[in-house]
Design a protein around this ligand. Sequence first.
Ligand SMILES: [Ca+2]
Ligand SMILES: [Ca+2]
Length: 250
Amino acid sequence: MRGAEKLEMETDQLSENNVYVNTCDRNVWRMKNTSAAKEIQAARSTKHRVILILGVLLILTFITVVTVMSFLFIYYSDVKHNLTERIMAYYSSDNQRIMELLGNVTEELQKIKSSSDPLCSKRWMQYGLSCYFISLSPRPWNVSKKDCEDMGAHLIVINSEGEMNFLRGIANQRFVWLGLTDLDGTWKWVDGTPYDITPKFWEKDQPDDWTGHGYGGGEDCAVLRPSSNEWNDGHCSPNFWYVCEKKIIF
Ligand SMILES: [Ca+2]
Ligand SMILES: [Ca+2]
């Protein structure tokens, strides 16, 4: 009996040991498993943070680049605009000086030639290198344009302040059409002279393409208005006086 009891006790002890060992293994496995999971979680968390930081840096870089590009674009637009204005002003004043000089030369030539042999035909007036004819009656703009063309001329094109003052003188407080229109959307002189290089004499707040006149549409034809002696864009259909211009042929 004592041997059997001893055997039973040893068996029980072994069984307890096995239970203990198994429990320890599970705990160790659990501990290891938990530790690895924490490491993975930490690694993932770090990765997410890095991605987030990189994303924020990328957005900030993009915003900075866009802002700098916008400033550069505005800066260079201003520079280009100012430069163009200065070149145009220089060219315009230079052009005006040349025209006035040529006008003086022409007048001198006229003096040298016999006064009975005028540079301009009868009823045509001379200024600078051109002859001018003021209409005998008022007409709509397109009829005025054609009348001038039928005489080998064109509606007056203002190339200088001197020529503008000459027109003011012969207009004698009447509405007078100019050879200037934006019927196709941009202002153009009828003889092809670039609009950008000529001096402008628009009234304040003109051209305004006003639509309240009752003719329909806006205003596409430039006219000298006697109230200001400056330009207004008007509807092309009213009857106004007009001045034709043609170059002197020597
Ligand atoms: Ca002219
Ligand atoms: Ca107007």
